[in-house]
Design a protein around this ligand. Sequence first.
Ligand code: ADP
Ligand code: MG
Length: 561
Amino acid sequence: MPTETFEFQVEARQLLQLMIHSVYSNKDVFLRELVSNASDALDKLRLAALRDDTLDADTSDPHIEIEADQEARTLTVRDNGIGMSYDEVTQLIGTIANSGTAAFLAELREAQEGAGGDGLIGQFGVGFYSGFMVADEVTLVTRRAGESQGTRWSSRGEGTYTLENVDEAPQGTAVTLHLKPADSENQLHDYTSAWKIKEIVKRYSDFITWPVRLVTAAGDGEDAPEPETLNSMKALWARPRDEVADEDYHELYKHISHDWRDPLETVRLQAEGAFEYQALLFLPAHAPHDLFTRGQRHGLQLFVKRVFIMDDCEELLPPYLRFVKGVVDAQDLSLNVSREILQQDRQIRLMQRRLTKKVLATVKDMRSADPDRYRTFWREFGAVLKEGLVTDADNRAALLAAASFPSTHDAEEPTTLAAYAERMKDGQEHVYYITGQSRESVENSPHMEAFRAKGVEVLLLTDPVDEVWVDTVGEYEGKRLRSVVKGEIDLGGEEDEQKTAEQEKHTEEYAGLLGWMTEHLADDVKEVRLSSRLTVSPACVVSDSEDLTPALENMYRAMGQ
Ligand code: ADP
Ligand code: MG
C-alpha cells in the first residue's frame, strides 16, 4: 500500500493549532504524556498475554526507551508494548473521538485569555498531540503484538497526516519528535540533553512500573553511556506515607486520571489481615464534563500484587463515587480475575464498603479541617454524592453528615443539616426546603413569602437529584423534611390561631367567589382556597402533600413519562 495522505478532523486540527501555538507555559509535560502512553501500552500487553496464551507476543523485557539524538535533534520514546494496528492508528491518533471536543475547544479559547488552559486539555485525552508543542514533525512507527505488518504515521501538525504500511517494525510503538529549532537556543529547553530528560522523567514518571531507560546516540563513543534506568518504579501505594512527597502522589494521579491538574485530596488506605490490600484514592479538583453522561467509563485501577490488572474497575466503588480516581492493589486475588468474577466476589464487596466509608469520612473531615477545600469539593461533586442518599441506605447517615445545602440563612455559605437543626425556631417541627431550577427562581417563589415573613429558614435545593432524595430520606434526626410548596403549612404561633379564626370568617365571606373559581378552574385545579401563606403575591398554586412537586413533574415530563 502506498503512502496515503489524510486530513485531520476539524476538531483535531484546532487542537493541533493550540498545541503548536502552545497554550502551556510548561512544555516539559509532553514527555510525561508519551511515557504515560508507553506505560499504558505495556500494561495492555501484559494483560493481553495473560488472557490469551496463543498471542504471539514478545513479553521478555518490557520497557520504555528514550533515545535522544543531539545532532539530528530528534527525541524518540519507544516501548515494546501492545502497539497499534493500521486501523487503530487511524482511530486513535488521526481523530479525536470525543464528542465533547467542540465544547472543550470553546472553553479552552476562553480560558486562554486567563491562565486556565493547562488544566482543560488533560481532561480531554489529547496527550499524544502535546508532542507538537516542542516538535515541528512527529513520526510514529508501530506494530501490534501478534501482527506482522507495521504502520508509520507522520505529520507536521498542519492539517494532514500520512499513513503507510511498513514491513520491518519492532513490536510496540516508537514516537519520534523532530524538535523545533527554537528550543535549542536555551539549555533549559533542550530536550535532547540527558540531564533535562532525567529531570523530567524523575519529576513526572518516577512511579511508572516499567523501566524507563535513557539511550543517548551521542555516538562519539567516549561518553556514550550504557542505557540507564531513570525511574525508581516504586509503587507509591505500598510505601509509608512519610516517605512519599505530595508531588509524587499528584503525578501518579495525573498519570491514571489523564487530568493535568493536582487532585484536591489524596486518600490512603492500608487494609491488613485476611484480605490484604492497599488503596490510594484521589478526589479530583474539578468535575469532568461527562460526569452525568450515562455509560461513561469510570472506576479505579486494579492491581494484584503490583501487577496491573484492569482500568475502570467499577466494582470497587459505588456509582455515586464515580469521580474518584485511584489504585487498589490486592494481595490475594488471582491474576486472572475477570469482571464477572469481581461482580460476584464477596471480598470485593467488602472492599467497596470500606473504601466508600473511607472516602465519605475524608470528605467530612475535610469540612472541618479545610473548609475552602471542602467548598470546592462540594461545588464540583455534591450533586453526584447526593445520588447516594437515594441508592445507598447503609451510608445515608454518613452522606448526610458530609453534605451541605444552600439555604436562606446565608446567601453565600451552604449549611449542614446539623447547623440547620440548631437554628430551628422554638416550636418549628420540620426541616423546610424548596426545590426548583435555580436559586433565583426558588427564592422568588410566592411559597417563600410566609417563611421569609416569619424568618423560618428554608433549604434551597436546585439539583435535579434533590427532588428524589428528599422523598427517599424523608427526615433528619426525627424531623421531617417538608417541601414549602406542598399541602397546608402551619408555621405555628398564637398569631396564627388568631389568623385561622379570621380566615374562617373570610372563607365564609368569599365562599361565593371561591365556589365560582373552583368551578371555572375545574380542569386545572382540585380546589381554590384562601391562604395565609402569601404576603405579597395574590395567588399561588399548591400541591397536595402526596403529589409530585412542580419541579419533579417537569423532570418526569422531560423524561417523557
Ligand atoms: P489517552 O492516553 O488519554 O487515551 P492520548 O492522546 O495520549 O490519549 O493517546 C490516544 C490513544 O492512542 C491512546 O488511548 C492509545 O490507545 C493510543 N496510543 C498512544 N500512544 C500509544 C502507544 N505508545 N502504544 C499503543 N497505543 C498508544
Ligand atoms: Mg495518554
